[in-house]
Design a protein around this ligand. Structure first.
Ligand SMILES: *[C@@H]1O[C@H](CO)[C@@H](O)[C@H](O)[C@H]1NC(C)=O
Length: 412
């Protein structure tokens, strides 16, 4: 069942009665009254100083136990709720809406994260039919974590930092109308979910912040991402193992690393990704545009993939399949296997690149990529400074329409 809420949807507040009347879209006229559980009724202060972790946990527990549809309300009007690591678990008795009007901000006290929980900040787990929205903000307060990243301070050991918001095993999830800023690492991760709609999300962190992916999707199917703006220091959207039937549309991306399928197949693992449709994207100054990246030595497949209607502005690698990925930290000793890449369409992709090699199909000798279609592509050097080229290895491709640069005529 899908709940209606968010910017343009019919939400009527009767705060005096602490009741929200809202409509269920599915049956059209059917209507239900939800009970509101405000964080402030459970001891929340929202002063940005005192810890509100327990207040949100208690409001959640009460809402989740409610036999009636429930709204967990994080009040707005300049309020900042300081949170340490927190898991909001289901299953819940009825449908729950998490309505964030104010700001949820991560505690600056990094020592409150121990080794077991350091990969998470807010986790929502095992909740079916959850809706999240309200137009408020989730602030990961990431600066302290970034300074301690081994990517920034190479003298430090590499340890992960928290993902700001993790949805784990949440079927029929809808997140609509939220801002996320300065996550410690990944902003939002969708894991083991079936039936997900993410819409009207604004995700922002400095282009120099390490590993601050926008939306990370893994082991999930039937996922739609629409009307999002993502400006961070890593992938706008990273599509990982076990993602099937993902539809991304109307995305504005950059700075960051672009849209990436993978890395797949690390540590000789098996990865399966299929049915990925990326449509109507503007990229600004990203490292990659449309990328598929798989490790040497992996197995499995990435297939039935479409990247179309993309406008590139100053992108470094606009179109890239790298099936030979290997990183110096884990040397790959001429490993024969690879994640098979096939049936990929790159269509109507235009704009500018900052490196000559605008179309790079770098595929595996033993498992060449095949059914790679290049259609209506025009990628030029930024500022008109010389022509672009295209390099290919072990790729079975075809082209239609006008494709600039001419595919696979480069020096490699
Ligand atoms: C192709 O991949 C191999 C292995 O990662 C790398 O050494 C080579 O530079 C790549 N070629 C291009 C043109 O990117």
């Amino acid at each position: 069942m899908e709940m209606a809420f968010g910017v343009s949807k019919p939400v009527i507040f009767f705060m005096a009665h602490v009741t929200i009347t809202f409509f269920f879209l599915v049956s059209g006229a059917a209507r239900a009254t939800a009970q509101v559980f405000s964080v402030d009724s459970y001891g929340g202060r929202g002063d940005g100083v005192r810890d509100d972790t327990q207040a949100l946990a208690k409001a959640w527990a009460a809402a989740c136990a409610s036999p009636r549809p429930a709204v967990v309300l994080v009040p707005g009007a300049g309020k900042h709720y300081l949170l340490k690591q927190l898991t909001l678990s289901g299953p819940c008795k009825s449908t729950v809406t998490l309505m964030v009007k104010g700001t949820l901000v991560a505690s600056p006290d990094m020592s409150s994260w121990n080794d077991e929980n350091r990969r998470y900040w807010i986790v929502i787990s095992g909740v079916d039919g959850l809706a999240v929205g309200g137009g408020g903000e989730i602030d990961g307060n990431g600066e302290g974590w970034w300074k301690n990243s081994c990517k920034i301070n190479t003298a430090l050991p590499c340890k992960g930092a928290p993902t700001a918001l993790t949805f784990h095993s949440c079927n029929n999830l809808r997140v609509d109308g939220l801002k996320m800023v300065n996550s410690q690492q990944i902003h939002m991760s969708v894991e083991d979910c079936i039936g997900v709609q993410l819409a009207h999300l604004s995700i922002t962190a400095p282009g120099t912040s390490p590993n601050t992916d926008g939306i990370h999707i893994t082991r999930s199917r039937n996922v739609q991402v629409s009307d999002c703006t993502i400006k961070t220091g890593d992938d706008c959207i990273s599509i990982e193992d076990g993602t099937h039937d993902l539809h991304v549309t109307r995305l504005v991306c950059g700075p960051g690393h672009g849209i990436s399928i993978g890395s797949l197949g690390d540590d000789n693992s098996r990865a399966e990704v299929s049915g990925i449709f990326i449509d109507t994207v503007q990229l600004y100054g990203t490292t990659n545009g449309a990328r598929i990246k798989t490790w040497q030595g992996g197995s499995g497949y990435a297939n039935n993939i479409v990247f179309q209607n993309m406008l590139m502005n100053n992108v470094k690698n606009p179109i890239i399949i790298d099936q030979n990925y290997c990183d110096s930290a884990k040397p790959c000793k001429a490993q024969g296997s690879a994640v098979e890449v096939s049936n990929v369409v790159f269509k109507n992709i235009k704009g500018t690149t900052i490196s000559e090699n605008a179309i790079n199909l770098n595929c595996s000798k033993n498992f060449p990529c095949y059914d790679i279609a290049l259609q209506d592509i025009n990628l030029k050097m930024v500022g008109g400074s010389g022509g672009t080229e295209s390099t290919c290895q072990n790729a079975k491709w075809r082209k239609s329409g006008i494709v600039v640069p001419q595919p696979c005529t480069g020096k490699n």
